[in-house]
Ligand binder design. Structure first.
Ligand code: ZN
Length: 453
């Protein structure tokens, strides 16, 4: 029995973890069970599911994924358990469909591996005959005897076990064991299927040792292996002594499968941290760019002092370093950017082009980043239009920027990464750059021509 059985416990549950930006440790309470007895608490825990949500940093305000659940007993001011959060446990639809399929196929799967399983299971029982029989119930033993052609009735489990140990010849043990275990193996493990298994209840009814064997070795579909692993974790958790029942409930999150997923969690956190590092560098890059633009607009080029020229050179090289650092940190694949739109070509019926004087663009090349063109060279523009979707920073992305006299970035359809690449390129190469929402080429040229004067 539990020695704390009459004591009250007041459990509070927190999401905790270090901030991915500033590394500050934060706690956020998600549940308060109130003052309860252990038994009440166990009941409550059975009924309660804690959801995982981002927590925000008290120090820097960043929202990030918590690393652990913390269970704290307020009465004793002690930590009952800290449980790592398994983000891979959030089962996707595909996986749950595969699990259901495995469940539906369980009779076929069992049939195909039935003999192997029973061979191993009887082997285990024969090697541990006394303790194996010690877990059988009276009815099971009667079924076993009747399979050997012997009609029996026993007064109790104990009586039945004693008789079985004394009266079953070694040569009959195999058949006896198989018959006696039909209820557990076929009636429970097979009929319920992994999705319906109740390992703790099995262990109470059928005994810990054969429950463990059954749970570990019963043939199941591949898609259900994770769940099996979880059950094994539950069974082993149970053996920890007094507070086992608490740990068992909490342990529903702490199975062996977690070990494999720690790596994934680490990667998720690293990705978060990188995002923050990149954001920080982009902030710096923004400041550098703003300064550079300020410098450039302050004075006509002819009057730039040697000092200004040196500072501009320094800033450009600073931008170069920042952008290199950002590229280095950025994950391989592009950001979640939607399909780029097809640019709307100017059209004789829609005389946008004639509304303002776009002749200032004559002979120039305008690169539009964040869109694509269906046709080439149509529309009778005074300038060359080249388009790039900006999704991958392949050489043609840079060569598009290189060829441009004027760079236009369609801010709605381009990732931050691409925007910064374009902005940095423009700053380093003294090319004018525009950030525009339109996708109509005529309108784009109007804006560039009007504001560029
Ligand atoms: Zn923080």
């Amino acid at each position: 029995m539990n020695k704390f059985i009459d004591d009250l416990i007041h459990l509070k549950v927190y999401l905790v973890g270090r901030c991915t930006k500033c590394n500050h440790y934060n706690e956020s309470m998600v549940h308060d069970y109130g003052r309860l007895t252990h038994l009440q608490l166990e009941d409550e825990m059975d009924r309660t599911n804690h959801s995982i949500r981002p927590i925000s940093c008290n120090k820097c305000g960043t929202e990030y994924k918590p690393q652990q659940f913390l269970y704290r007993d307020v009465v004793r001011n002690s930590e009952v358990a800290k449980v790592n959060i398994d983000y891979s446990n959030i089962i996707d639809a595909e996986k749950s469909a595969a699990m259901q399929e495995g469940h539906d196929d369980r009779f076929k799967i069992y049939q195909s591996r039935e003999q192997e399983f029973w061979a191993a299971y009887t082997e285990y029982a024969l090697e541990n005959w006394k303790s194996a029989v010690g877990e059988l119930m009276r009815q099971e033993i009667e079924v076993g005897f009747s399979a050997l052609g012997k009609k029996t009735t026993f007064k109790s489990d104990l009586h039945a076990r004693r008789e079985a140990l004394q009266k079953i010849d070694a040569s009959d043990r195999r058949s006896f064991w198989i018959a006696a275990n039909q209820e557990f193996i076929v009636g429970e493990l097979l009929d319920l299927g992994v999705l319906g298994w109740v390992p703790i209840e099995f262990a109470k009814r059928y005994g810990a040792a054969r429950t463990r064997f059954g749970i570990m070795y019963f043939p199941v579909a591949e898609a259900l292996e994770d769940l099996r692993t979880k059950y094994i974790g539950l069974l082993f958790k149970r053996e920890r002594g007094d507070n086992a029942f608490l740990l068992r409930r909490i342990g529903q999150l702490t199975d062996a499968a977690q070990k494999q997923t720690m790596q994934l969690n680490k990667l998720l956190r690293q990705a978060d941290e990188q995002k923050h590092t990149i954001a920080g560098l982009q902030d710096k890059l923004g400041v550098a760019n703003a300064k550079l633009e300020q410098e450039a607009s302050h004075q006509p080029i002819t009057e730039r002092s040697k000092d200004d020229i040196r500072r501009i050179r320094e800033l450009k090289s600073f931008i170069g370093e920042l952008i290199a650092e950002i590229r280095h940190l950025r994950p391989e694949e592009a950001d979640e950017v939607p399909e780029t739109p097809e640019l709307v070509e100017a059209n004789a019926e829609l005389p946008e082009i004639s509304e303002s004087d776009v002749s200032v663009l004559t002979g120039k090349t305008v690169a539009i980043i964040g869109g694509h063109r269906n046709r080439k060279g149509s529309g009778g523009y005074p300038c060359d239009i080249i388009a790039h979707d900006g999704r991958k920073h392949a050489p043609d992305f840079y060569s598009t920027l290189q060829r441009a006299d004027v760079i236009v970035v369609l801010t709605r359809f381009i990732s931050h990464a691409s925007m910064w690449e374009a902005k940095a390129f423009a700053a380093q190469n003294d090319k004018p750059i525009w950030f525009i929402q339109e996708i109509n080429i005529g309108s784009i040229l109007n804006i560039v021509a009007q504001e560029g004067r």
